[in-house]
Ligand binder design. Sequence first.
Ligand code: PMV
Length: 327
Amino acid sequence: MTRSSAPGKVYLFGEHAVVYDEPAVLCAIERRAQVEVEQRSDGKLRVHAEDLSLDGFTVEYGAAADDRPDVDVSESLVTAATQYVDSAIEQVRDVTGDEVGFDVTIESDIPLGAGLGSSAAVAVAAIDAGTRALGTILESDELAERAYRTEYEVQEGQASRADTFCSATGGAVRVEGDDCRPTESPDVPIVIGFDGGAGDTGELVSGVRSLREEYDFAADTIEAIGDVVRNGEEALVDDDLEEVGDLMNFNHGLLSALGVSSRSLDTMVWAARDAGALGAKLTGAGGGGCIVALDPTPEAETALSFTPGCQEAFRAELAETGVERLE
Ligand code: PMV
């Protein structure tokens, strides 16, 4: 039996625009997905998942592609929770060349589809645990690449390398096109608000793509996000948290113009700002899920925890370590 964990992440700057090769800056956070695998002799895959969005269920299906899971929850939930594992295990099989089966147990404290990189963390931890179970230890770069291919496949090409690279390596990372690199970890006081919901990344990315094709000003908005990110990077290097916060606010406004915010995300953003946060923006694909605010005081977290529509508010420490090999 092997067990690995990998962290979730927030975007300080640059989601969506990163899909069009603008830069983005992300931080891994101490909310993790843990995946345990045990090899099976019958080639089947059995997945047991527990996380914030699903109470816990088990699906079992065979090696044949048309074998359907036999499970008593809605198909979309099963699909959401298992297709990343399924695809990650395909990567494991690709590394080792074996049609091996596994019992896979996922425990995650990263809400699903909420902009904190749950699927990337599950993919990274599953590939790491699966390959180690077969005696192969992947370098962090190959792990990130294979986790990226997992997301790319499940999201039908609508994925950047950002989430999976950040989850595999930990710390803060900068991504621009295929160029992913660790960057100096900023000392930023991160507060997260979660509305209990989720956004559909594929749909949101497609929506932005259509806008960009239809209107030059939407394409300009995406380029403007790139400019905000470059300014944000300088502010991070200068440790100028006030400017970082202002630029996060600007970034949120541009994302909102692209149609990827929501009423609950905007409500949480304003609750954090009204409580004195230096800045606040949605994180990830949007549509619902999480916001990230910058606040060294307890005020934003407290205000968010009393905000109708905010299901959970918490402070997030930067995760210095990416994938962790536990057993
Ligand atoms: O919501 P998440 O964690 O899946 O982040 C999506 C980020 C996008 O930039 C919108 C898409 C991508 O793959 O980079």
